[in-house]
Design a protein around this ligand. Structure first.
Ligand code: G3P
Length: 478
């Protein structure tokens, strides 16, 4: 059947025994574009069991061979960039060029991960006992990194390919097997990406991709005793998963309300360019998007004018035409964004543009004079609407950021590096960018959120380490 995709298990593409499918609605046309299998709990059970068995032999496969396969998968992924990007355009309305960039970045991530893996997993420690009081040099301790077992990867809709491989590649190089549960919007792009791993020739059953309704298989998967690690990126669901998951390492990257603090001495052109890029790329649907601008009153008028001029130049329309602003992922997301905008309007925010919406397409909107009693001052729109709060002191800006329940990233614009460092130290976020918009990449940088923004740290090296455990062997001399 056209447009109906199978799930991937034991090296084969299969139909679910449920006989049911889940529709993927194209955000632009708001019509069903693809369908994926609605897998059952029974199928999930089989997948986890097989993953467990296959992992044992994969862990014994030489590290250089594991790396070689990953390099192969990376090359195939890049060769398939056009059809995968096409899926991203149809499933999540990602602008055409950004969709290609996502796939290429993913290939690079997989290769880098293979290289990093052979280095850091190729080394262990050697310790001697006589450094600790009371011991002679009679014990030699050898350590190495061993895999955890079965890693469950749950990426979000905004990077169905990149945030899948950022979990898959570290898991595999470290000797784990991998179960992928892609987001519904983006599932076909993810299946196509998995096909690239299939073509690379990984052992059967090492990677599986299970699709379906979260309500049907979500808890069953995350609470399954055969899962040894969960790497999740997304929203509040991550908090629920953390509470229900068993005693397994968790890597959670959840929401953000990244603040952008603009000091009086800032390069306002640089700041404006970064606010527009940071706030409106992929229509604001990034957890690292600039989600609130906190600008010193004395430069606020000039900054807002500069940002407004750039917002006016953003193209609005279809992802196929590579427009800057494209429809947001679902109708309910568009309704939520609209709710935040209307709340701010009622409470007296200044609209720098007219609010306009057609279906899921929301025109970019800058809201000036936002105050703390407005929902948009705190909540994450995940859309092309950006609040500006005018501040009278740097402390006011820092306090606003730190009062948030999120703590992903933040940024500060100033020419004074000493002030910038002090502000970075004061901001309760996982990362602070000086003179640039927040961003996760380059993908080998550590990436982590404080508070409700997450658990653990990502980035290639951190993810490889997180998906392993230290094993020690102690030689006791007579
Ligand atoms: O929203 C997902 C998050 O990981 C953002 O990544 O590359 O857009 O900063 P990036």
């Amino acid at each position: 059947e056209d447009g109906v995709y199978k799930f991937y298990f034991d090296g084969e593409w299969r139909k679910s025994s449920s006989g049911k499918t889940v529709p993927i609605i194209n955000p632009t046309t708001r019509e069903t574009h693809f369908r994926v299998q609605a897998c059952t709990q029974e199928e999930v059970k089989k997948i986890v069991e097989t993953s467990k068995a296959v992992q044992k032999s994969w862990a014994k496969t030489p590290l250089w061979k594991r790396a070689e396969l990953l390099h192969k998968a990376a090359a195939i992924l890049k060769e398939h960039k056009a059809p995968i990007a096409e899926c991203l355009v149809k499933e999540i309305a990602k602008p055409a060029k950004d969709a290609v960039t996502e796939v290429v970045r993913s290939g690079d991530l997989v290769s880098y991960c293979a290289e990093e893996g052979v280095r850091i997993l190729g080394e262990g420690q050697f310790l001697v006992s006589d450094s600790f009081p009371g011991n002679e040099r009679t014990k030699y301790c050898l350590t190495s990194k061993i895999p955890l077992g079965v890693v469950l990867a749950i990426p979000p809709f905004n990077y169905p390919v990149n945030l899948a491989v950022s979990k898959i590649a570290p898991a595999l190089i470290a000797g784990n097997s991998l179960v992928l549960k892609p987001p519904t919007q983006g599932a076909v792009a993810a299946l196509h990406m998995v096909h690239c791993f299939h073509l690379a020739g990984f052992p059967k059953g090492l990677i599986s991709c299970v699709t379906g309704k979260g309500s049907e298989i979500g808890d069953f998967l995350t609470m399954h005793p055969g899962i040894n690690c969960i790497s999740f990126t997304g929203g509040d669901t991550g908090i629920a998963i953390s509470k229900k998951a068993g005693m397994v390492p968790l890597q959670m990257e959840l929401g953000g309300k990244d603040g952008c603090i603009i000091l009086e001495d800032a390069d306002l052109d640089l700041a404006a360019a970064n606010i527009v890029k940071g706030g409106f790329s992929y229509s604001g649907q990034r957890c690292t998007a600039v989600k609130v601008v906190l600008v010193m009153e004395s430069v606020a008028n000039t900054l807002v004018e500069k940002v407004q001029a750039k917002v006016a130049k953003l193209s609005v329309g279809r992802p196929e035409d590579d427009c800057d602003i494209t429809p947001v992922v679902t109708e309910s997301s568009a309704n939520f964004i609209e709710g935040l905008v209307m709340d701010a309007k009622e409470k007296g925010a200044t609209f720098c543009q007219e609010y306009k919406r057609e279906g899921n397409l929301i025109w970019p909107l800058l809201l000036d004079n936002v105050r703390p009693d407005m929902r948009i001052a705190w909540e994450e729109p995940f859309g092309p609407v950006l609040p500006v709060i005018r501040i009278n002191s740097v402390e006011e800006g820092i306090n606003h950021c730190n009062a948030s329940n999120f703590g992903l990233q933040g940024c500060v614009f100033t020419r004074d590096i000493n002030k910038a460092i002090l502000i970075s130290d004061a901001m309760e976020t996982g990362t602070v960018q000086i003179n640039s918009a927040p961003a996760r990449g380059p993908d080998h940088f550590p990436f982590q959120g404080l508070k409700d923004s997450g658990i653990g740290s990502q980035g290639i090296t951190n993810s490889i380490n997180m998906m392993t455990k230290t094993k020690s062997t102690v030689i006791n001399l007579p």
